[in-house]
Design a protein around this ligand. Sequence first.
Ligand code: OOG
Ligand code: MG
Length: 259
Amino acid sequence: MSIDTSQAVIQLTSAVADRKSTTPLTNEWSDLNVETSYDIQAQVVKARLDQGSVIVGAKLGLTSVAKQQQMNVTEPAYGWLTSDMRIDPGQAVDTSRFIQPRVEPEIAFVLKNDLEGAHIGAADVIAATEFVAPAVEVIDSRYAGYKFTLPDVVADNSSSAGFVLGGGGIDPKGVDLRLIGCAFYVNGELVATAAGAALLGHPASCVSWLVRKLAARGEGLRAGQVILAGAMTEAKAVTPGSSVVAAFDRLGTIEFGCI
Ligand code: OOG
Ligand code: MG
């Protein structure tokens, strides 16, 4: 048995709606390729837009060795962030909205200019950035136990589910973003430490990778969008009662509890 694009979209959107995990698409669609997966992703995102959300940004996934090893995938991926995924800083994270939420510390770029083209580099990203801010992403794979291959996770909008963007933020010019340190605590325990260089060598390189990747599909990033550069550390599971603190050098701290 094999499945097609529209069945894959129904499988993934139903998992979100029912808060019930599903099986990887590649179980039945063994030759599913990444390009087709981005087509499925576009339809999965459109389903959220049809429900009234708007696109507010994009996220990179699997840009650090820590994450690639945790997920057993060796290439980055991207997904789209929609307005319904925003969680205000200071608000408790309601885990009942998700299937199997995990949290991860990230560096966010908020753009002041559009960014598109096949030749964009990290310096162009810095020039187009209004500010860089601390963030925590709440991911939620729609696949049971986060077991997936690259085409599976791409189709699943790279596990996008929620994100907390911290206030403040700094102008990235004159700051070496490779050296932004992060101490990540879950339930009061220091679970990981990392620096910006963990993200493809430089956080801005993640965003330029994304822009070049989007150019191949005739797409780009827009002024005002929030771009998450990817988790600097392994992701950690959260349940009701969990507390999360991501403290970043220069950027500030994000802190919340889960219900
Ligand atoms: C895929 C999403 C990865 C990141 O920052 O690396 C991601 C997953 O781990 O489920 O968002
Ligand atoms: Mg992430």
